[in-house]
Design a protein around this ligand. Structure first.
Ligand code: GAR
Length: 214
């Protein structure tokens, strides 16, 4: 499976995917890392992993349409089977989403459909929820919407600020995104009537968590 990863920043999720692919236990290879930010540290991570990179700066284009077209061209040129958004902070056009329909996924630092958008850790703290987490989902034409593939749950501590919660979630993102990509590489993800089915999965119906645990 040939993967293209889109980034805008530090790229710790990209690193988790690089580590997965380079460990050799899945039949997957990152063939292109695309960034809309020339200084994104994730580009350096890709170079260290000997992965081709390309910078396509949105600023250089007259609107989202031409920018997304340039990205489509680059990803098609690399022959990608799966596109992973990993901290890519631009909204995509419906044309881009349709072009990669069924093979475009994103990771988001909240338990969607709760808390889409920005500053989501602060949103969760402000709402007073006891759990948050991360979601890997298919991308549709909305913002942080689309059929959910996998989620990780973390507790919110009473003393958490947004940074502490973001760090706790990010740690789980680094487990969750490789898991989701592995499921794709093993051809175990099916999108049926707008919902995701995962094959050959042992589930735990008693796996509840309570917070506060006192
Ligand atoms: C991650 O927390 C990711 O979930 C989030 O940006 C961060 C990127 O970190 N993405 C979104 O908020 C998208 N809506 P990274 O560059 O270290 O992987």
């Amino acid at each position: 499976m040939r993967i293209g990863v889109l980034i805008s920043g530090g790229g710790t999720n990209l690193q988790a995917l690089i580590d997965l692919c380079q460990a050799g236990s899945v039949n997957a290879e990152i063939v292109l890392v695309l960034s809309n930010v020339a200084t994104a540290f994730g580009l350096e991570r890709a170079k260290r992993g000997s992965i081709p990179t390309q910078v396509i700066e949105h600023k250089g284009y007259d609107g989202r349409g031409p920018f997304d077209k340039a990205m489509i061209q680059a990803l098609d040129g690399a022959g990608v089977d799966l596109v992973c958004l990993a901290g890519f902070m631009r909204l995509l056009t419906p044309e881009f989403v349709r072009h990669f329909s069924g093979r475009l996924i994103n990771i988001h630092p909240a338990l969607l459909p709760a808390f889409p958008g920005l500053h989501v850790q602060q949103q969760a703290i402000d709402a007073g929820v006891r759990f948050s987490g991360a979601t890997v989902h298919f991308v549709d034409e909305g913002m942080d919407t689309g059929p959910i593939i996998a989620q990780a749950v973390v507790p919110i501590m009473l003393e958490d600020d947004a940074d502490a919660l973001a760090a706790r979630i990010l740690k789980q993102e680094h487990r969750l995104y490789p898991l989701a990509v592995r499921l794709f590489a093993e051809n175990r993800v099916r999108l049926i009537d707008g919902k995701v089915e995962i094959s050959d999965c042992a589930q735990d119906p008693e796996g509840a968590m309570i917070n506060p645990p006192c």
